[in-house]
Write a protein that binds this ligand. Structure first.
Ligand code: PHE
Length: 359
């Protein structure tokens, strides 16, 4: 029979070295299970003399208790360690602030596009559209700009590629929204009152020009529309758009597709890197306009002896610069949210066409 102290030392060591609950359970069976080493010794008490039994009995009981207590303590220690491991792995600081999401904002050009359309809609103008890749005829010829006309060169046109051997005139990226005048007249005839906002393209790049920009075309044709109506509509538009009356300047000008023609400038001032409307002695050209040329009416399929009216083409980006004090047009197309915030674009704060009009 192994000596009791050896037995004790062996199990106490094994228990303290046990790595997990399964190993501990094995030790328990081995020591104090039914056929465990200590249990077997207790069973052998019956074969001892009463004197021996009196000494060995309490000793064995004490040993069994000690082993059981060591097993229980180790079990608790293992459970603690496991819990600590888990807490470390699953650690979560519920007091941290939540992740904020960056909020998108409408682009100033989109906002102004919608504002313009809404104001003209109030004056009875419907919205029309045309393609951005346009036939040469709609962009030029129909607007009284024949092949040799200098306006073709002046407009810095982007020409589309033609397959080799294809002798037709190349399509162009429309240089203005005026081709929509022709398309609308062809589709609807007269009388007509439309605006056509959209993208236009010219090979030009500086502080007030970008190769892609936006225009809104206006066209009003009826029996007796005059230059006076044009002036009223535009002045009405500007005071609605800027929310106050601003000084405008109508300058005699020339376009092949209007006669007479006028360009309109808005009074403004460049001040501390931004542009302010309604003061100062600078003028920013914002649109071209005039009475629609008889040849244009003819190209649109209506009789110039019966119908007359005005047209205008306004730079959406230009009037966006003026309203929001943005000095460089290029900033519209290579900037981000921080830049927009700088100019006060937090979110859409005007009624949108898509969301329904509430004016
Ligand atoms: N299409 C002209 C431009 O882009 C503007 C314009 C439109 C002028 C309509 C007169 C009438 O400059």
């Amino acid at each position: 029979m192994p000596k009791m102290d050896d037995l004790r030392d062996k199990y106490i060591d094994l228990i303290s070295a046990a790595g997990d609950e399964a190993a501990l359970e094995e030790l328990r069976v081995q020591a104090v299970g039914k056929k465990g080493e200590i249990s077997l010794q207790m069973r052998s008490l019956g074969k001892m003399s009463p004197e021996e039994r009196q000494v060995m009995g309490p000793k064995l009981n004490a040993l069994k208790d000690e082993i059981n207590a060591a097993l229980a303590a180790k079990k608790a220690a293992l459970a603690d360690a496991a819990l600590n491991e888990r807490l470390k792995a699953e650690w979560l600081d519920v007091t941290l602030p939540g992740r904020t999401r960056r909020q998108g904002t409408i682009h100033p050009v989109s906002q102004v596009w919608e504002e313009c359309t809404a104001i003209f809609a109030d004056m009875g103008f419907a919205v029309a559209e045309g393609p951005q890749v346009e036939e040469d005829w709609y962009n030029f010829d129909a607007l009284n700009i024949p092949g040799h006309h200098p306006a073709r060169a002046e407009m810095d046109t982007f020409y589309m590629h033609r397959a080799e051997g294809d002798e037709r005139p190349p399509h162009v990226l429309r240089t203005h929204t005026s081709p929509v005048q022709i398309r609308s007249l062809q589709a609807h005839g007269a009388p007509i009152r439309i605006v056509a906002p959209g993208r236009v393209y010219r090979a030009d790049y500086d502080q007030t020009h970008t190769p892609m920009f936006h225009q809104i075309e206006g066209l009003a044709i009826d029996k007796d529309i005059s230059m006076a109506n044009l002036k009223w509509v535009l002045e009405e538009f500007f005071s609605a758009y800027f929310g106050t009356s601003v000084k405008t300047r109508f300058r005699a000008s020339h376009f092949p597709f209007t006669e007479p023609s006028a360009e309109v400038d808005i009074q403004c001032q460049w001040k501390d890197g931004s542009v302010v409307v309604g003061e100062g002695d600078d003028w920013l050209e914002v649109l071209g306009s005039g009475m629609v040329h008889p040849k244009v009416l003819e190209a649109g399929g209506i009789d110039p002896n019966e119908w007359q009216g005005f047209a205008f083409g306004m730079g959406i980006d230009r009037i966006a610069m003026l309203k929001y004090g943005i000095p460089d047009l290029r900033a519209f197309f290579d900037s981000d949210l921080r830049w927009l915030r700088n100019y006060g674009f937090a979110s859409l704060d005007v009624p949108t066409i898509r969301g329904g009009l509430s004016r």
